[in-house]
Design a protein. Structure first.
Length: 209
């Protein structure tokens, strides 16, 4: 294995694989609910039945499309909240904005010569909202769970991105805000780091590998 040279320093990490939600784009259902719902009861019910409901996972698995999340959740949400539920289903992606520092981190990584990848649990709408926030040419590859019907932390999804883009696990680091997702990545040999809203710490960790 040949070493990777970054500005005169030999490094073994060549590839940075990033989660999307709460690493590149903010995902915070409470912000959506505050904007859409008139009552705390409505917020609590829709948070439970939509954002924490089984249809959310089914959407991420690609077993249903985003609009169909309404159909299942509506069976458990009182009719008086259906209008707000529909608005949440239709507009939640409007609140997916870049995490502070994330774009600068991507530019830093590209400037350093690293290859950037995205590995996200997301429904098919990812392909609509993500390119509006991040230029596709910044990334050397993207894997979305709904496209391949596997979700993190299933070891298969990490193996998939390695095989699809011919990556060596020991030359790659996976960054996610969820501990159980990085544990899944570690199981296939990836270097891992849990993101705590501190890109400087992530940079320092990458540079020590």
């Amino acid at each position: 294995m040949l070493p990777f040279v970054i500005k005169g320093t030999v490094k073994m990490i060549k590839n940075i694989i990033l989660d999307m939600g709460n690493v590149l784009l903010e995902y915070n259902p409470k912000k959506i609910l505050d904007a859409v719902c008139a009552t705390q009861e409505g917020k609590d019910i829709i948070l439970k039945e939509l954002f924490h409901g089984e249809e959310w996972i089914l959407g991420d698995k690609g077993e249903i499309i985003n609009s169909q999340r309404f159909d299942g959740a509506a069976q458990r949400v009182p009719v008086k909240y259906h209008k707000e539920l529909r608005t949440c289903v239709d507009t939640w992606t409007d609140y997916m904005l870049p995490i502070p520092g994330a774009r600068d981190f991507c530019l830093w990584a590209k400037g350093q010569g690293y290859h950037l990848f995205v590995l996200s649990n997301a429904c098919g709408k990812f392909h609509d909202y993500f390119p509006k926030q991040y230029p596709p040419e910044w990334f050397d590859g993207v894997v979305v769970s709904s496209d391949i019907h596997m979700i993190k932390p299933d070891a298969g999804i990490y193996q998939y991105i390695l095989e699809k883009y011919h990556l060596v696990a020991q030359e790659s680091i996976f960054i996610d805000d969820m501990e159980y997702n990085v544990e899944g990545a570690k199981a296939v040999g990836l270097h891992v780091e849990v993101f705590h809203n501190d890109f400087e710490s992530i940079k320092n960790q990458i540079l020590t590998l």
